[in-house]
Design a protein around this ligand. Structure first.
Ligand code: SF4
Length: 369
């Protein structure tokens, strides 16, 4: 759920901890209600209602015509119920909280949000965050979950005796479920030594601007000078002689390529939006782009072609994504599981830290032979 009135939202904590002055700039910038965010909000409401209903509450489930969302929220509910069942094996009466407001204002004023699911049993507090997006999110050292954990520790540690916190990201559309476990001690220490000092700087609009991966979620990423400097540093790369780049230099450029590409794309989008809003750039102008011919009335076209004795329609099986949306994942597997082939992907160059196994070039040579 969005952290609506939070000055230091846990969901943006990676950004304001890494770059404290970004908090003030983001607080001033307008929100954009993207269709992705709206879908995420709906998925959370449906997931919450399904869990509450499964736990015996008399509650209706929001209407959902999207089979993929229905399936994803079923999976989320089932996962949550499994966790409750597992907790009951060792604890007679675990505490279950759904969409629980948590606040870690003891460390960071204005830092509060809503934890999707909390389960407290004997030694363990389990926090689960549903992510409906398609960009994989890791639970490892996830600062949003760590903020929620601190909020939950603050609210419940005096009532229960848990000593560790399990933090889970559940991402059904990617079949991704990732858990990170930390002790209460470790989290409290992080709160005191990392979160608190960063929050003080962020609230005062102080501290050093610092660009990095977290800029992706920053509302001023298009016009931020620090991010520009960070990316332009590549252009100032001090290339050594001889005239050809060395392997080390190529690797240094590769390491910056993704950030550079996304920064350039953000700048282009920003300049375009400004121009469309009426801004006149001195060296750039809006022109009409290439266009393609279109039917003015599809029904009339179909009638005319049919009357002439031809079939105006092309009959195609839906693509995998549209078919999954139509059937839902479970039905899709049931009906079509045996009819799906996944060919090997094309080789992709990624950082050595990537979790995928290395491409076997020997096998590739053999296939080419
Ligand atoms: S774009 Fe990056 S460096 Fe600039 S304010 Fe935002 S988070 Fe900080």
């Amino acid at each position: 759920m969005p952290d609506v009135h939070s000055n230091l939202p846990p969901s943006a904590s990676k950004m304001w901890i890494s770059c404290p002055p970004s908090a003030a700039l983001n607080a001033k910038a307008p929100d954009s209600d993207s269709s992705y965010a709206l879908a995420g909000t709906l998925a959370h409401s449906i997931g919450e209602a399904k869990i509450r209903q499964a736990l015996g509450e008399d509650i209706s489930i929001p209407e959902c015509t999207d089979a993929e969302m229905a399936e994803a929220t079923d999976q989320y509910r089932d996962y949550v119920l499994e966790q409750i069942e597992a907790a009951r094996a060792s604890c007679r009466d675990p505490t279950v909280l759904v969409e629980q407001r948590v606040s870690c204002e003891r460390w960071a004023e204005g830092c509060f949000g809503t934890a999707d699911f909390l389960l407290i049993s004997d030694q363990t507090l389990h926090i689960c965050d549903l992510k409906y997006g398609q960009l994989e999110v890791s639970a490892q050292d996830n600062t949003q979950l760590m903020c929620y954990s601190l909020g939950a520790i603050d609210a419940f540690a005096s009532l229960y005796e848990f000593t560790e916190v399990k933090m889970t990201i559940f991402q059904p559309r990617l079949n991704h479920c990732d858990t990170c476990t930390k002790t209460v001690e470790e989290l409290l220490q992080w709160g005191d030594t990392v979160l608190k000092p960063a929050a003080v700087l962020a609230l005062a609009g102080e501290g050093a601007f610092c660009a990095g991966e977290h800029c992706r979620f920053c509302k001023v990423k298009q016009t931020c000078r620090k991010r520009a400097e960070y990316n332009l540093a590549l252009a100032r790369y001090d290339f050594a002689m001889p005239p050809e780049l060395t392997d080390d230099e190529i690797e240094a450029i590769l390491a910056k390529a993704d950030d550079l590409t996304s920064w350039i794309s953000d700048i282009k989008d920003y300049a375009m939006q400004q121009a469309l809003s009426g801004k006149h750039w001195s060296q750039w102008k809006l022109v009409e782009g290439r266009s393609v011919r279109k039917y003015t009335d599809e029904a009339a076209v179909a009638d005319a072609v049919t009357a002439a004795g031809f079939d105006p329609y092309e009959h195609k099986v839906l693509g995998l994504t549209a078919m999954t949306k139509l059937l839902g994942k479970r039905k899709f597997e049931e009906l079509l599981g045996g009819l799906i082939h996944k060919p090997p992907g094309k080789p992709t160059l990624v950082p050595i830290s990537d979790r995928r196994a290395e491409w076997n070039t020997a096998k590739n040579d053999f296939m080419e032979d």
